[in-house]
Design a protein around this ligand. Structure first.
Ligand code: KG4
Ligand code: ZN
Length: 339
């Protein structure tokens, strides 16, 4: 079953064709980094305009690469990112998807962007069966959920203020390093000392929520004080120490949740999961805790339409998956997510 996926929630215009939620036939991504780079962040109006310019050729290229070309009848389902994201950007993808679905007379599936991030691993790993713990760490979200079954998610906690990726981007802006900050800090951190500066770890004990704005303020204050005291900034050390504070926080909360709910499988997704130190440390900790951590390859961590097509496929099959007897109850008191 071929699913055409369309993703335009932020600053990447992407289209993909995925067979049965598994085999990626194409996954075309048009990045807008050049447009937003000089503003150190995504400018919503510019993003929507760029999506309008890109959406047609990106879809055409995805169909061509998948060997479909103009033989559109081969597509069985059209899946698109319904939200969350920038309103104008989402509208472009939604309109394109609706047009295809209407013209082809094929079902249209709206996918939650965060749900999409959780499905990226299924494109590369076999036999990941729920229940498992899901951690999504992106530019706009840091969320811990329990995947009780495909399509059935329970909410543990999430971003109270700045998301982890957002803080990577803001620290990078503060240090005048460029946009997006995550990959730049990742690279510089490799040359730095991660214990050089003691930044706080916002563990938010007693809750599964995340709050990274205090950590961001700690970095700002550190830089300000260094200027006042005329101390030369060691950029690589700041990057490594800041990055480690984020990783420690994510590790601590995720593995605590895994223990509390006896979930021995953890699925990760979202742009920040592309971070090389985070990947190594998550896998190492998983080994120590005798837990399995599944990470998408870095190019499938950041926004792409293949994950949306994959989630769309599972959503189409959801009736089968959500049969009552298939659902293992973890904790009936947890809030159900309406994705
Ligand atoms: O999932 P994503 O592509 O878009 C959103 O849904 O937000 O995530 C983008 C975020 C950005 O904040 C970016 O700086 C961060 O992911 N990111 C990284 C890395 N690559 C991307 N953060 C840390 N290390 C990386 N290697
Ligand atoms: Zn994303």
């Amino acid at each position: 079953m071929l699913v055409l996926g369309i993703e335009t929630s932020c600053d990447e215009t992407s289209a993909a064709v995925v067979d049965c939620g598994k085999r990626i036939l194409s996954n075309v991504i048009a990045s807008q980094i050049k447009i937003h780079g000089r503003y150190f962040g995504v400018v919503p109006e510019l993003a929507s305009r760029a999506h309008i310019e890109n959406v047609n050729w990106v879809i055409e290229k995805a169909l061509k690469q998948a060997g479909i070309g103009t033989d559109l009848g081969k597509i069985s389902v059209v899946a698109y990112t319904r939200g969350p994201g920038l309103a104008g950007s989402l509208l472009v993808g939604q309109l394109a998807a609706q047009t295809f679905s209407y013209l082809l007379g094929k079902p249209l599936v709206g996918v939650n962007h965060l749900e999409g991030h959780l499905y990226a691993v299924l494109l590369e790993h076999d036999g990941i069966e729920p229940p498992y713990l899901g951690l999504i760490v992106s530019g706009g979200h840091t969320e811990l959920v329990i995947v009780e079954n495909f399509g059935k998610y329970k909410y543990l906690g999430g971003t109270r203020d700045d998301a982890a990726g957002e803080v990577f981007d803001k620290v990078s802006k503060l240090l005048n390093l460029g946009y997006p900050g995550g990959p730049i800090i990742d690279k510089l951190a490799k040359k730095g000392n991660k214990v050089a500066i003691k930044f706080p770890r916002p563990y938010m004990r007693g809750t599964w929520d995340f709050s990274f704005s205090g950590l961001k303020t700690a970095v700002i204050n550190y830089v300000k004080n260094a200027y006042v005291e005329n101390v030369k900034l060691k950029i690589n050390d700041i990057c490594a120490s800041f990055q480690q504070a984020v990783i420690d926080t994510l590790l601590e909360k995720t593995f605590s949740a895994s223990k509390k709910y006896s979930l021995k499988k953890i699925v990760l997704g979202g742009g920040v999961i592309a971070n090389s130190a985070l990947r190594t440390q998550f896998l190492k900790k998983a080994g120590i805790e005798k837990t399995k951590a599944f990470l998408p390859s870095p190019q499938l961590c950041t926004d792409n339409a293949a994950m949306i097509a994959c989630a769309g496929y599972y959503k189409m099959k959801i009736k089968g998956f959500s049969k009552k007897e298939n659902i293992q109850k973890i904790d009936p008191n947890l809030k159900l997510i309406n994705w």
